[in-house]
Design a protein around this ligand. Sequence first.
Ligand SMILES: [Zn+2]
Length: 440
Amino acid sequence: MLATTLIVAALLGSPFTPRAVVPVTSPSLSVTATPAVFNPQATSRAAATTVVIVSTETGTIRVDVTNDDGLLVANLLAETPVVAGSSTSLSWDGGGVADGTYGIQVTLVDPLGATRQSLTPVVVDASSPLLTQSAPKPSLTERGPIAVALTSQDASGLVSATLIVENQIGTKLGRVAVPVDPDGRGGALSWNLRLRKRLLLPGVYHLRVSGVDGAGNVGESDLRTIRVDRGVRNSVIYSLRDAGSVIGLAFDDCVSEQAWLSIIRAFKKAKAHTTFFCNGVNVRSNPTAARAALAAGNTIGSHTWSHPQMPTLASSAQASQIQGDKDIWWQVAKASPMPFFRPPYGLHNATTDAVAGAEGFAYSVLWDVDPSDYLDPPPSVLVDKVTSHARPGSIVVMHVNANTASAVPALIAALRRNGLEPQSLEEMLGVAAYLAPRSN
Ligand SMILES: [Zn+2]
């Protein structure tokens, strides 16, 4: 009895043991089913179980499948003569039964009419585990740890689980193993916010849990959102020369919702992404475009609440300018402009850089190409101004206005002809954009 239970657990490859069907063994009659968990609809894994019966007595055997109430579900073998020491092998494909635990029940009747029975449990599991991730606690943190917990509903139980960490637009940043409870019904992790041994930078992140059950079915939970916020070291960047043959077009202010939507559409059509540095007042006025920018996979950054000349303001006023922008992105789109900040007019002093860092912005993003698009040059002139100054890794300052928006398709095409692929800041920096330096 104990030995059989251990064998079942070993066959399952997990600590999970079927509960409803209790194995029965007779000294003269053994039955095994391999694998003990299978998916009738599987293509790559076992889609049936192989049943092997060994009898040390002569007689007739029949093999039935019972459900967890002990009721007959199927007959696999009608009364068949066996001789002592023989082995009988057959297969069950779980046809027509629901997910659950079943018993393969063998009955031997010897020549004197005495009956022996053996039974081994088998789990049929054609369904992905249904995973529910509870809200991470706390949902707002500086450095963690945060408690991640999941529950699973599944016929064969959860064998392994992984926390998938994405940024706010769904880019996968890394994975962390979630220890699974011995009963296979859930798991929990106290996560220290580290991926690849590096701490997550401030920002909004999405967490989802992926799990594999005993039959190899994979399930995924809905996503949960966490916010990370703390002071970091701020770096001022003008270009990203190591990024390769790419260019970061970035559009500021976001005053016109029509122009903003037009730019979003142009990048979508070109299968490219860009970056928007919007003022909080405009995010508040244009929530549809704000959400559309994120939904299309573009990067957002802060451009302050109301576009002041930051160096003219006291430290506290500079901080509230940045805080206002953080708050409105959260209110409008459950999103964060961190880790990217662009000071209005490119004007910043030591106080601005310190305040940006204290507010969680690792990067103050200036530019090395300025086509003066605010002067509304004809589109061809605007395109020439950018292409003639652009180099690999350049960052360009432009604005969300109708004239610039009308030039975007031609600009993307011209840059590509010159061998420069437009990318968002997130794409240019890669996963590193969201992970603190190892020293942090
Ligand atoms: Zn601006």
